[in-house]
Design a protein around this ligand. Structure first.
Ligand code: B12
Length: 638
């Protein structure tokens, strides 16, 4: 019997020559083709993981009988366009849509006549069951987690929780080998799943679905994936886990990774989301990984500091004293921490958002912070109409909010993000002001352009951080032609014309930038002029000209730029230990004595696009844009 051809698609954008490993269709294929009846009836003929031109792709298909599409917010429109053409060319091909961008109900099926079946929730069992039924010409009625057409109606059979996840791995089952073999020119960024699900059910997130609890993959499977990836010299390994470090065995997994790293030198980069409570185990794991250069930092999560918003999103924050303790503990161990806020959560007001930033800064979060714009996701609790109505959540559709996307890759099929811009507690105008303020703090404090000045003013003169950055933002907006005027116009464009949330600038290469990164890059590009101007602004806080200029000179000295493998600084105050202490949130005395510092920059970049990519894009989380421990004191005559 000839086997029927199956195609699977999980298209991603390419970033130079690297592309995400299509883990979802890999998982489906690894399980389905481990079953003898599916192996006998079907051939996995093709895998689509890039946004290829559709006509050429359709022309290359060979008698497709089943075509499965894995849908995320970054590929659903492409998937629809491809599925439409597949159905036109091959009306008998069974078209399946699954993944986190497929809503729970049947509406997608009603909107898209070219889709035959929606598969809701985790797909291994349902996908295999559909293939089996299709091979035998049986009805789909008994399979959980499907929406399909029957006699003019659409039938939905709700998904059932998948409790046991001893599925074979796409990494070791041959799926990954095939991709690498067929595409030697590409670098896949692999993904390992050690667990599934998430214990938190935050309203804005759809991680792990709504009802499923945490489940663990067998340890041997996880070890097998790691061994395979290190043996194949994977530069990067990412974990799909939501709370790594929650389970005692995670320490063993980290030890295994370190053991393989020591033996093979791979991976060179490792990425995972650590457990939110960040207990001792997470600290032990990250300390070891950090020593091997495999820890990109630990999130000390907040999302919002507003108790009302926390209640509305079903989340409670860690105790503040514990947060301060963790900041100190991780800081002392040299492990980068970063905190995240999400703008646009119901219950947040402009004032509570600004207060939240002040709180985090006062507690000592001077390393990294992110302000994310809240995005509406269909399978999240916020995805439900009742939630939107209850909290008067309003979102707009904008081009995919994807920083660092390659301009050349923009194809004709736009994808979209849905950004929350007002709620019962925040108007659109307040949202815009809050967003601008957030970008200002990220650019000047966390990317560090004026961080030292802000720390000095807070510790020595009691100037609140938000007052300082508020005045700075007002000053920049008052100019009429500053980068922040451009960013403000872009927020306005988002609100009124559905424009995007990223900026392209050929000076910094062909990829897009977040607003705060763009503002940072623009300032460093004209660093001397920028700090000359800031001298004028800061004179209202620090009237002593000589002192202020020296502080600004030291501030400028610690911000990396391009093409300076060796730099020196001479001054009459010992700034280095003083600011290292303030950055760790400890007051210190500034000693007046002649000093001379030097930095030998091992990461020096020769061009702005290289700087933008290596220092700002890849390096931001680790604070690579600022010199810290590299600053050494040297003799006056050196
Ligand atoms: C790895 C990951 C990434 C990676 C790689 C993404 C990529 N291009 O592949 C990186 C770090 C780049 C990333 C980035 C982002 N991500 Co992400 N990411 C994940 C993560 C952690 C794992 C995804 C994964 O592959 N899991 C393993 C597979 C096996 O599980 P799965 O995806 O759930 O697939 C199962 C089912 O959905 C179903 N299924 C899936 N497809 C299909 C198809 C068929 C035919 C069938 C039958 C079934 C089926 O069966 C699968 C097996 O059970 C998830 C969270 C999570 N754990 O789910 C978020 C998640 C996918 N990301 C999410 C988001 C929002 C983002 C960002 C937009 C975040 C941001 N604001 O920057 C960016 C944008 C990415 C982009 N533009 O490319 C959302 C997606 C929501 C949505 N509706 O699309 C998720 C679900 C997290 C969340 N907060 O809810 N992400």
């Amino acid at each position: 019997m000839t086997r029927q051809n199956v195609y699977l698609a999980q298209p991603s954008y390419k970033s130079s020559n690297s592309v995400s490993f299509p883990a979802a269709i890999g998982a489906l294929a690894a399980y389905a083709w481990s079953l003898p009846e599916i192996e006998a009836a079907y051939l996995l003929k093709g895998v689509v993981f890039l946004r290829e031109p559709i006509e050429g792709l359709v022309a290359s298909l060979e008698a497709p009988r089943v075509f499965g599409f894995s849908c995320y917010m970054w590929n659903i429109e492409y998937n629809k366009a491809l599925a439409r053409r597949v159905k036109q060319a091959y009306p008998d091909c069974l078209v399946l849509f699954g993944g986190p961008q497929v809503p729970e109900g049947p509406e997608l099926l009603a909107q898209c006549p070219f889709i035959d079946v929606l598969i809701h929730g985790e797909g291994e069992l349902a996908f295999a069951a559909v293939l089996r039924a299709h091979a035998e010409g049986l009805p789909l009625g008994g399979i959980a987690g499907l929406s399909f057409r029957r006699e003019g109606d659409i039938v939905t059979v709700p998904a059932e929780p998948v409790c046991k996840i001893d599925f074979p791995s796409p990494v070791t089952s041959g799926f990954f080998d095939r991709l690498i073999r067929e595409h030697p020119d590409l670098e896949f960024t692999p993904l390992v799943e050690s667990s599934r699900g998430c214990p938190n059910h935050c309203a804005y997130c759809s991680w792990g679905g709504r009802e499923t609890g945490m489940r663990l993959f067998p340890l041997e499977r996880v070890y097998g994936d790691l061994e395979w990836l290190c043996a194949h010299h994977a530069e990067y390994v990412g974990f799909a886990d939501s709370n790594f470090g929650l389970f005692p065995r995670d320490e063993k997994i980290a030890d295994k990774l370190l053991e393989l790293h020591a033996a093979t030198g791979y991976p060179k980069k490792f990425q995972v989301s650590y457990a939110k409570d960040s207990g001792d185990r997470v600290f032990r794991i990250t300390e070891k990984l950090n020593a091997a250069g495999l820890c990109k930092g630990v999130t000390l999560s907040f999302q919002t500091m507003s108790p009302e918003a926390q209640k509305n999103i079903g989340r409670s924050n860690m105790d503040i004293e514990h947060y301060k303790y963790l900041l100190q503990k991780y800081g002392a161990a040299g492990i980068v921490t970063y905190s995240e806020l999400i703008l646009g959560l119901p219950g947040e007001t402009e004032q509570s958002f600004v207060n939240g930033i002040e709180q985090l800064l006062e507690y000592g979060q001077h390393t990294q912070m992110m302000v994310h714009l809240c995005e509406w996701l269909p399978l999240s609790p916020m995805g439900e109409k009742a939630y939107l109505d209850r909290y008067r959540v309003e979102y707009i559709r904008i081009p995919l909010n994807q920083p660092h996307a390659n301009l050349n890759e923009a194809d004709e099929i736009p994808e979209y993000s849905r950004v929350v811009v007002s709620t019962y507690s925040m108007t659109r105008e307040e949202w815009k002001r809050s967003a601008l303020f957030g970008m200002c703090v990220l650019c000047f404090h966390h990317l560090g352009l004026l961080q030292l000045a802000a720390l000095y003013l807070y510790f020595e003169k009691g100037v609140k951080y938000v007052d300082f950055y508020g005045a700075l933002l007002a000053y920049l907006l008052g100019k009429g032609n500053s980068v922040f005027n451009r960013i403000e116009a872009q927020f306005e464009g988002m609100l009124t014309r559905g424009e995007g949330a990223v900026i392209y600038d050929p000076r910094f290469g062909k990829v897009s930038w977040t607003f705060e990164e763009y503002a940072f890059l623009s300032a460093v590009y004209e660093k001397d002029a920028f700090y000359r101007e800031m001298d004028g602004f800061l004179s209202r806080y620090i009237p002593d000209d000589a002192f202020r200029r020296e502080l600004i000179a030291y501030q400028s000295f610690i911000v990396k730029e391009i093409g300076r493998p060796y730099i020196t600084f001479s001054g009459s105050y010992d700034w280095r230990p003083y600011f290292r202490s303030l950055q760790r949130n400890h007051a210190a005395a500034l000693e007046k004595r002649p000093v001379r510092y030097a930095v030998t920059d091992e990461t020096v970049c020769e061009s702005w696009p290289e700087y933008a990519r290596k220092i700002v894009w890849y390096g931001r989380r680790g604070g690579k844009n600022l010199y810290a421990d590299e600053i050494k004191e040297i003799n006056a005559d050196e």
